[in-house]
Design a protein around this ligand. Sequence first.
Ligand SMILES: Cc1ncc(COP(=O)(O)O)c(C=O)c1O
Length: 424
Amino acid sequence: MASLDIDQVRSSFPALKSGYLFGDNAGGSQTLQSVIDRITDYLSNTNVQLGADYLVSVQSTQRVADGAVAAAQLFNAASSDEVAMGPSSTMLFENLARALENEIQAGDELIITGEHEANNGGWKRLAVRRGAIVKVWHATPTDPNNPYSVSLKVEELLPLISNKTRVIAFTACSNILGSVVPVEEIVKAARQHAKEQGVKKLEISVDCVAYGPHRRIDVQKWDIDYCVFAFYKLYGAHHSALYVRSPALKFSLTSLAHHFLQVDDKPYKVQPGGPGYELVYSATAVPAYLLSLTPANDLQASFDAIARHEQTLIKPLITFLTDPKQEAQGVRIVGQSKIDLSRVPTVSFVVVGPKSVKSKDIVAVFDKRGGIGIRYGHFYAYTLVSGLEPKLDAGDGVVRISFVHYNTVEEVEKVVEILEEILA
Ligand SMILES: Cc1ncc(COP(=O)(O)O)c(C=O)c1O
């Protein structure tokens, strides 16, 4: 099993040369030099409108098509004809919900979670427009000693499914809890249960924005209809990709494109207008980088190596936060404390009584010292954070420290040292 060459990894990201400790990677990762180079190259050499017959337009069209192929590779989609690109994940989910409008009837049921609002808001607004019903699959406590150790459980999802269920929308990895959801297992159980209830057509939408930087996405193996990830969290530029399974593209979606355009069964149905061409082209550098991480030249092998390295990053932080001394003074992980592959190095915590400390105040100490970026808040998983019991101030939310594969154990230990001083 190949391991990561961390010096090589770090040299691929120009921002890391400054020595700044990036600890807010779940908010957005740093960008590969190769991505930056392709943006410059596109804008310098092929920045024309697509689809014309002159040479530069032919080159430009090919480059943008290659970007969709790269996204398809990252989804493990059957074809780039199942990929739409857009400015943000939130926008793509909204487009998707709008394109599904004719499919949803009054009384239909849509199941969402309390996780990041991107895969919730569009469905809620669709339900209001169509008179459909929204049900929430809540994360519930796992550890009797910590009420904030919540996670999504399949046994809480199944009773929500009825013969009216039309869509299930959930998140493959929580941007707060850091927990990896067993997507394949959940989809299998949900489809089986829905079939038993008499559901004829169930569509499943998975938010992989927080999952994509850490694990291999596999829309085919998972048997899902819709999926979104963001390149700006996956070492690329600020834009996102949407997977739409081809039968859904054909039979479920109504086109959002101009009425005179022949979109047929193409992803333009959910991609009204052109995406940022230079950004789409820059996406080609992301799978190329990931494949270079191990000699196997295989994305699964690369993500296995990433996951192994990231496990070493989780350990010092969780070990510190769950130390009986920290627990006695009210430190509580929001999410699971188990250090295994069911979580990524996105670690959130709060400090509740007896020595209650605001999340904002902990982050302020880091900000004052400088050189390290971490953050507090609800990170748009507002329903999750505001629903925790005992109640937290959702505005103050949690302290979130999030690492990715380019971080080092030394960096994690530096963060832990500062936390030790704050909580001493
Ligand atoms: C799990 C998750 N989903 C969706 C989003 C939103 O992504 P975007 O900014 O591309 O809309 C985020 C951003 O933090 C996220 O963490």
